[in-house]
Design a protein around this ligand. Structure first.
Ligand code: LMR
Length: 394
């Protein structure tokens, strides 16, 4: 029997990574990449952090084996990650944290955990969300639905409608929530809104919060940005938490993140840990080591940690400055200064987005999301001139 390879059709191009591939091929000398979420410098490079370079040099000198890491990951990595995520709110007997191949890997393993341990639950995602959230949920075989989040008219969270949508869910369900620097809008919940959500989840235990955090440190500070996870842990709510070091340590290609599951019933933590290990074994057996070693080396050293925080603060300040400069040049984008992190949606239609790409080499994701960190003082003028030109009546 012949295998029917002739029936294989093309998969759709990824709206973010596909755009990045197209950007790389573009020969326009003025091109600007406002697509993929990476933190660039003023020359469009994505530098390696100094703390990372120093950690790598230490690892190169001291590493004595390349044997397997355990299924759950390295204990050093897990310990430093728990401290970074939960600080004084950490409750060791209730928390299972595992090393993961970046935020996407953590999300996938977390959804596999939902499917195999909690059942075929619907995952409610904010309207709007990172495009790949929905892809990962679908690939796991779970269904997804939306709850109200972003109000495009006010460029802010419609919190009353969000709560009412959540309260209308009567079946056991998973509620996907962005911890900070919401992707793609940059619009976040306030601490008092998280406090209200914690009460909502305490009163509605059929709803399991699933946190996703890829931008700790990009809004205000490491501690302030992780408020949501600490609040849910202090409130003793069952939750799932996917975390990424791709952005805040600029470790994108090293694929390092974590999955952390908080169980109200501490006697279940061991079972949860075995289930995570079983899922990992069935997909990739054990995680890659290098990124985790970098993270552990930095977070175990006061000196390297201070250097890292300093570099992260500089990245955050750069993005905040670019937000205000773009907002001051374009009054219709004044909301940019109220939003956090790399992304905002600037309300362009498809025709304008296509024209900016084809005529000016300006790459913007199809939902009108721009990566502010892809701008520089010189490319700001180029972008503003291009926006003026495309908005001229024909
Ligand atoms: C993004 O949103 O651009 C990044 O998280 C990169 C990705 O994988 O989509």
């Amino acid at each position: 029997m012949t295998l029917a390879f002739q029936n294989i059709s093309e998969a759709p191009t990824d709206p973010i990574l596909g755009l990045n591939d197209a950007y790389k091929k573009d020969t326009n000398p003025n091109k600007i990449n406002l697509g993929i979420g990476v933190c660039m410098d003023d020359n469009g490079n994505v530098p390696i952090m100094r703390a990372v370079k120093q950690a790598e040099s230490y690892i190169l000198k001291t590493q004595s084996s390349k044997t397997y890491v355990s299924m759950i990951g390295s204990q050093d990595f897990i310990d430093v990650t728990n401290t970074l995520l939960y600080g004084e709110s950490f409750k060791s007997s209730h928390t299972t944290t595992a090393q993961m191949p970046a935020g996407s890997g953590a999300l996938r393993v977390g959804f596999e955990f939902v499917k195999s341990c909690l059942g075929d639950l619907t995952v409610y995602a904010p309207n709007v969300t990172w495009g790949n959230h929905l892809g990962i949920i679908e690939k796991t075989g779970l269904t997804h639905a939306k709850y109200t989040y972003y109000n495009a008219e006010t460029q802010s969270v419609d919190f009353e409608q969000m709560k009412s949508d959540l309260l209308a869910i009567k079946e056991p369900s998973v509620i996907l929530l962005h911890v900070i620097c919401h992707n793609p809008t940059g619009v976040d919940l306030t601490q008092s809104q998280w406090d209200e959500l914690a009460i909502l989840f305490q009163n509605n235990t059929h709803l399991i919060p699933y946190l996703d955090c890829a931008y700790q440190g990009f809004a205000s500070s490491l501690d302030e940005d992780i408020y949501a996870a600490r609040k849910l842990s202090e409130s003793d709510i069952n939750f799932i938490f996917a975390y990424s070091f791709s952005k805040n340590m600029a470790l994108y290609r090293e694929r390092i993140g974590a999955l952390s599951i908080y169980s109200k019933d501490a006697s279940k933590s061991y079972a949860i840990s075995t289930q995570i290990q079983s899922i990992v074994r069935g997909i990739y057996s054990s995680p890659p080591a290098h990124g985790a070693e970098i993270v552990s080396t930095i977070l175990q050293s006061d000196e390297l940690k201070a250097e890292w925080i300093n570099e992260l603060n500089n990245m955050r300040e750069r993005v905040i400055t670019l937000r205000s400069e773009l907002a001051s040049r374009r009054p219709e984008l004044s909301f940019l200064t109220q939003q956090n992190g790399l992304f905002s949606m600037i309300g362009l239609n498809k025709t304008t987005i296509d024209t900016l790409r084809e005529k000016y080499g300006i790459y913007i994701v199809g939902n009108s999301r721009i990566n502010i960190a892809g701008l520089s003082p010189s490319s700001l003028d180029y972008l503003c001139n291009a926006l003026d030109e495309v908005h001229q009546p024909a």
